[in-house]
Design a protein around this ligand. Structure first.
Ligand code: NOJ
Length: 752
C-alpha cells in the first residue's frame, strides 16, 4: 500500500482505495487519539493491532513507552503495521519550546521579534522530535494573551495579532520544514481554536465573551496565518466563546479550518457535558450524554477525538440511528489518513526512527549555541540606572535567590523531555563568565514561595518545588551577610516554572512576597543590586521599579539561559529584546493591551487628576508600567524624522516609509523599530493604534541605518459590523518609534 506521492490526484486515489477497504470499526479507530499511559483496553499494543487507535500522544515519564530514544515509540508503530490494513500511527507530543534541547518559552522568544530565529528554534525542535520517532507536535499555541493572570500566556507570542501572526508563520515553517514528508519534519498543530487566550478573569479554561469583530480582528488572525503557512492540523479550545464551545462550533470550524485536521483537546468532547451543552436542539441522551456530544462534535467538524473515547465507542450507534452520516465519518477518517500520507508515513513508517540521526541531532552542540543566542535575545532590559553591564574586575559578586542555582525551573513549563542536567544555572553562567579572579558567592535567601497552598498545587502532578527546611529568617540572614561582603548583588528571583503554563492562573502577578522581602533587605544593604527575573508572564513590579537600580526580565530561558544571562550582565552581549505584552503597575489594570480603543472620555496628560476620564483610577496609574514594545539597551538609539514617499494615496498605491536610526551609544547593539497605524475617524470605534511593521537593525556605535516599511491597503483593513473586511478612506496617522508609547507621527490620506 506504499505511496510516496503527495500530489492531490494520486493521494485522493490512494485514500479512496484505502477507505473502500476499511470497516466502520477501522474508520472509528483511525479517529481515536489516546495517550500511551491510558490503555484502550488492557493492553494498548493489542488495541493498536486491532485497529482501534489512529494516533498516540505520549511522553510523560510515567508512560509505558517513553520518547527518550528512537526506539521508544517503535513498538507502537510496529503494532500498527500488524493491524489488518497496516495503517501507521500518528505519534504526537507537546513540543513547545524545544524538545530535548530546551529553548526559551514562546513568550520569551516572541520578545526577540526575530522570525528567522523563531523559525530556527522550531526547526531544531522538529529535528529532535522527529529523530525520536514523533511525527506530530501540538504547537504552535497562537492564542493571543492579554491577561497576565492566565498562566498560558507563557506559551504564546503575547498580545498582538500582527506580531502573533508573524510568529505563527515562522513556527509552522520551522516545524513542518519545506516538505512535511521529510523524515526531519513534523506536523504542526495550531491551537487552541479559538479565543482560549481570553478567559474571563484570567482563569484557565474559563469561557470568554467578546464581540464578533474582536474575535475576527484580534483572536483569529494568527490561526489564519498558521493555516495559510500550511499548518496541517489544529486543536480545539477547552473554552466556550460567546456561548459556544469550539468543539461544537460548526460555523467557525467550517469557516477557518477547511483542509486542516481538526483534533479535540484532551478530553475536550466529554467536557462538553460539564459545559451543559446538548445537541443543536438543546437535547441530550441523559443515560449516555457522551453519545449526544460525540455526535455533535463530529457534526461540528471535529475529526479526531483526543482521549474522549466517544468517537471510538459511540459513533456506530449514531450512524445506525441516523444522527451522523457515513460521509461525516469518512471525512474525519480521511483527514487523519491524509495527514499520514502527507507525513510520508505510508511510504516509510519508520523513516523517523533513525538512531544515527538521533545521535547527531539530539542535543546537538549547535542547538545549545542557538539556545544561548535565543535566550540572550529574549531578555528585556526593563531598567538600568547605569549599574549594568557589570565589570568582570569586581572583587566579589553575591548571586542570591531561590532561582540563582536552579536548573529545573529555568526550563519553564512544557519542557517534559528537557533534562535539567543539561541546564546551566545563572550562578554557573556567572562563574564561567568571570573566571577565578572574581569571588562569586551564593545563597538562596528565600524559598520561591512560602504560600503552602500554592506549593501543594505546584506539586500536584509530582514534586516540582522544593521547600528549604531552614527557617526563612536564617536563609535571609545568610544571604544578607554574603551581600554585605560583596561588591555587587545579582538577585535571581521570580516564579517557579509551574506558576505559568496550563492550570497556573495567579491573582497576584508580582514576585512572591517572601522573595520581595529578600529583595528589600538586599537593597537596604546599599550595595548595587541587579534584579534578574525568571517568569512566565508579565509581572507587576512597582516597588522594584522604584528601588532597584537594574531589572532584567529573562523569562524561562531554557537550558542555556545561565550563560546567556551572564553574557548580558557583563556586556559580552547587549540586551535587545522588547516586550510583546504590556506590563501593568497593578493587576487591577488588566487587561491593558496597547491597542485598546479610545473612549469618549480619554483624558489627556494636561488634565490632572483627570477625573471623569477613562484614564482615572482613584488609587493609581492607568497606563502600563512598561508598554508593549518596550526594552532598553546598553547603547542609545536616536531616531530621525520619519519619512513617507507620499502623503496622498489612492487605491492600490503602496506607501513606503523610512526612519533613520543611529546608534548614538558606546556599544554595538540591535534596535527593534516599530510602526503603528491609527485610523482616527471610522465607522466604528477603532483601536488607538495597531502594530503594522517592525524591523530589527544591528548597528555599530556611530552607525546609522534606515528602517524601511511598506504599507498597503490590507494594513488599513478591519472587520465591520457584518464581519466584512473593509478599509475606509481618509486620514491615517502613522507612528514610528522604539515602543508603542514613544512614537513620532506623520499624517497621510488614503483615498479609494
Ligand atoms: C491539554 C492542553 O490544553 C493542550 O495544549 C495539550 O496539547 C494537550 N493537553 C495534550 O497534552
Amino acid at each position: 500500500m506504499g505511496t510516496d506521492s503527495t500530489s492531490k490526484t494520486a493521494m485522493d486515489e490512494f485514500l479512496d482505495g484505502l477507505l473502500a477497504r476499511m470497516t466502520l470499526a477501522e474508520k472509528l479507530g483511525q479517529i481515536n487519539l489516546v495517550t500511551s499511559n491510558v490503555p484502550v483496553g488492557d493492553n494498548i499494543l493489542a488495541d493498536i493491532r486491532a485497529g482501534k487507535v489512529g494516533g498516540i500522544l505520549g511522553g510523560l515519564d510515567k508512560i509505558s513507552f517513553g520518547v527518550n530514544g528512537p526506539d521508544g515509540l517503535r513498538p507502537a508503530q510496529e503494532a500498527a503495521l500488524q493491524s489488518r490494513l497496516g495503517i501507521p500511527l500518528l505519534l504526537a507530543f507537546d513540543v513547545i519550546h524545544g524538545h530535548q534541547s530546551v529553548f526559551p518559552i514562546p513568550l520569551a522568544l516572541s520578545c526577540t521579534w526575530d522570525m528567522e530565529r523563531i523559525r530556527a528554534t522550531a526547526r531544531a525542535a522538529a529535528r529532535e522530535a522527529s529523530a525520536s520517532g514523533l511525527n506530530w507536535v501540538f504547537s504552535p499555541m497562537v492564542d493571543i494573551g492579554r491577561d497576565p493572570r492566565w498562566g498560558r500566556i507563557a506559551e504564546g507570542a503575547g498580545e498582538d495579532p500582527y506580531l502573533g501572526s508573524a510568529v505563527a508563520r515562522a513556527m509552522v515553517h520551522g516545524l513542518q520544514g519545506d516538505d512535511l514528508s521529510a523524515p526531519d519534519s513534523v506536523m504542526a498543530c495550531v491551537k487552541h481554536f479559538v479565543g482560549y487566550g481570553a478567559p474571563e478573569a484570567g482563569r484557565d479554561y474559563n469561557n470568554a465573551d467578546m464581540s464578533p469583530t474582536r474575535l475576527h480582528d484580534v483572536y483569529l488572525p494568527p490561526f489564519k496565518a498558521a493555516v495559510e503557512a500550511g499548518a496541517a492540523s489544529a486543536m480545539m479550545s477547552f473554552s466556550a466563546v460567546n456561548g459556544m464551545p469550539s468543539h461544537a462550533d460548526a460555523e467557525l470550524l467550517g469557516a477557518f479550518l477547511d483542509g486542516v485536521l481538526k483534533v479535540s483537546d484532551f478530553d475536550g468532547i466529554p467536557e462538553l457535558i460539564a459545559h451543559g451543552l446538548g445537541d443543536e436542539a438543546g437535547q441530550i441522551d441523559e443515560a449516555d450524554p457522551l453519545q449526544t456530544l460525540s455526535e455533535r462534535a463530529l457534526r461540528a467538524g471535529v475529526q479526531m477525538d483526543m482521549m474522549g473515547w466517544g468517537f471510538l465507542t459511540r459513533l456506530e450507534k449514531a450512524l445506525a440511528e441516523g444522527r451522523v452520516s457515513q460521509d461525516q465519518i469518512d471525512a474525519a477518517c480521511r483527514a487523519v489518513l491524509e495527514a499520514k500520507v502527507k507525513l510520508g508515513l505510508f511510504a516509510d513508517p519508520f523513516a523517523r526512527f533513525d538512531s544515527d540521526r538521533a545521535k547527531r541531532d539530539v542535543l546537538a552542540p549547535e542547538y545549545a549555541a542557538a539556545a544561548r543566542e535565543a535566550a540572550a535575545e529574549s531578555c528585556v532590559l526593563l531598567k538600568n540606572d547605569g549599574v549594568l553591564p557589570l565589570s568582570k574586575t569586581l572583587g566579589s559578586i553575591a548571586v542570591i535567590g531561590p532561582l540563582a542555582a536552579d536548573t529545573r525551573n529555568i526550563t519553564g513549563p512544557w519542557a517534559f523531555q528537557g533534562d535539567p542536567a543539561h541546564s546551566v544555572s545563572v550562578l554557573d553562567g556567572i562563574r564561567a563568565a568571570v573566571g577565578s579572579g572574581v569571588k562569586v558567592r551564593h545563597a538562596k535567601g528565600a524559598n520561591i514561595t512560602e504560600n503552602r497552598r500554592m506549593v501543594e498545587l505546584l506539586n500536584f502532578a509530582g514534586p516540582k518545588v522544593e521547600i528549604d527546611p531552614r527557617p526563612p529568617a536564617e536563609m535571609m540572614a545568610e544571604a544578607i551577610a554574603i551581600a554585605q561582603e560583596s561588591d555587587a548583588v545579582v538577585a535571581v528571583l521570580g516564579e517557579a516554572a509551574e506558576m505559568s503554563g496550563e492550570a497556573a492562573s495567579r491573582l497576584d502577578i508580582g514576585i512572591p512576597d517572601n522573595q520581595r522581602d529578600l529583595l528589600k533587605a538586599l537593597v537596604a544593604t546599599g550595595k548595587k543590586v541587579v534584579l534578574v527575573l525568571m517568569h512566565g508572564r508579565p509581572l507587576t513590579l512597582p516597588w522594584e521599579n522604584d528601588h532597584v537600580p537594574a531589572i532584567l526580565a529573562t523569562w524561562f530561558g531554557g537550558h542555556q539561559a545561565g550563560p546567556a544571562i551572564a553574557d548580558l550582565l557583563f556586556g559580552d552581549k547587549v540586551p535587545s529584546g522588547k516586550l510583546t505584552t504590556s506590563w501593568p503597575h497593578h493587576v487591577g489594570q488588566v487587561p491593558i493591551p496597547y491597542d485598546r480603543a479610545t473612549t469618549g472620555r480619554p483624558g489627556n496628560a494636561l488634565e490632572d487628576p483627570g477625573k471623569y476620564t477613562t484614564r482615572c483610577y482613584l488609587d493609581g496609574a492607568s497606563e502600563p508600567l512598561f508598554p508593549f514594545g518596550f526594552g532598553l539597551s546598553y547603547s542609545h538609539f536616536s531616531y530621525g524624522v520619519p519619512q513617507a514617499d507620499k502623503v496622498e494615496l489612492h487605491g492600490d498605491d503602496v506607501l513606503n516609509l523610512s526612519v533613520a536610526v543611529t546608534n548614538a551609544g558606546p556599544y554595538a547593539g540591535q534596535e527593534i523599530v516599530q510602526l503603528y497605524l491609527t485610523d482616527p475617524v471610522a465607522s466604528r470605534v477603532r483601536p488607538s493604534k495597531q502594530l503594522r511593521g517592525f524591523v530589527k537593525l544591528s548597528l555599530q556605535p556611530g552607525e546609522t541605518q534606515e528602517a524601511r516599511f511598506t504599507l498597503t491597503t490590507s494594513d488599513l483593513e478591519f472587520h465591520d459590523g457584518k464581519l466584512n473586511r473593509v478599509w475606509e478612506p481618509g486620514r491615517f496617522v502613522i507612528g514610528i518609534g522604539p515602543n508603542s508609547r514613544d512614537l513620532q507621527s506623520l499624517d497621510i490620506r488614503w483615498n479609494k
